[in-house]
Write a new protein. Structure first.
Length: 258
């Protein structure tokens, strides 16, 4: 019931153990399309649909409603609830899932590969200037991206603006005068209407807007706490330091203001 778990199982070589998943899992892991039962997500869980798939374990993650947890438990399978906030939490979740499916060595390698990829980018940005970066995971209301995104922004050579995961507003963001702005809205893929939000929020005078440095990064690259975050890291690096990093997959830039 959590796309990150599906991705982790895929990269562990245990995708054949997945008997049911959500439509959001298919978005980030198309390999499961047509091969598993489709169930509701962690927010709208339905016990009958879960039970029909006869799972040994249900993996879900926040956010979920109390009644959704009750539905999951009613299905009768073991329940693993994930609540990652930082990269360290994500590594722990990978290790836990790897242990459950008896793929501990694969889990260790996955974690090390992620760490090495992040450190490789960090080394390339150590001596560079640090543009101020605002990242949002939702637009109405405006919500800043999670702590793990702040960590990735810093590795990519930027200074993260605001409190990770917190609600804010257009005026507060404008006051910070960010040099780079990134929108990665949950469930929106790469379809965030950049020009529309800049206009609606009256952001025309922000440095990021004046210099054409407003970006959309694919939702699953920043909001799925799994190895897919490395694609998000490369997109962030290309947005923050385009003079050093090449254009990355899943990164789209607004047209410069005229």
């Amino acid at each position: 019931m959590q796309p990150s778990a599906t991705v982790i199982l895929r990269d562990l070589g245990r995708l054949d153990s997945v008997v049911a998943c959500t439509k959001y899992c298919v978005d980030v892991c198309p390999e499961v399309r047509g091969k598993t039962v489709m169930v509701a997500d962690s927010w709208t869980a339905q016990s009958k649909r879960i039970a029909a798939a006869r799972p040994d374990l249900v993996i879900a993650a926040v956010p979920y409603q109390e009644k959704a947890v009750a539905e999951i438990l009613k299905a009768g399978a073991r329940f693993l609830g994930l609540v990652p906030k930082s990269l360290a939490d994500i590594y722990t979740d990978i290790a836990v899932i790897a242990g459950i499916v008896e793929a501990r060595d694969e889990g260790v390698r996955m974690i090390e590969k992620m760490r090495e990829a992040i450190e490789a980018v960090r080394r390339k940005t150590e001596q560079l200037s640090r543009p101020r970066v605002f990242c949002e995971e939702w637009g109405k209301p405006v919500i800043a991206s999670q702590l793990w995104v702040e960590e990735l922004v810093e590795a990519a050579g930027g200074e993260f603006i605001g409190k990770p995961g917190a609600h804010t507003d257009a005026a507060a963001v404008a006051e910070e005068m960010p040099d780079v702005m990134v929108a990665a809205w949950c469930g929106a893929g790469d379809r965030v209407p950049l020009q529309k939000i800049v206009s609606a929020r009256k952001w025309q005078e922000i440095p990021a807007v004046r210099n054409g440095r407003v970006y959309c990064i694919r939702d699953e690259y920043l909001n799925t706490p799994a190895p897919t975050l490395i694609s998000g890291l490369h997109a962030l690096a290309a947005a923050i330091h385009p003079e050093v990093f090449p254009q990355a997959e899943g990164l789209r830039c607004i047209k410069p203001a005229q």
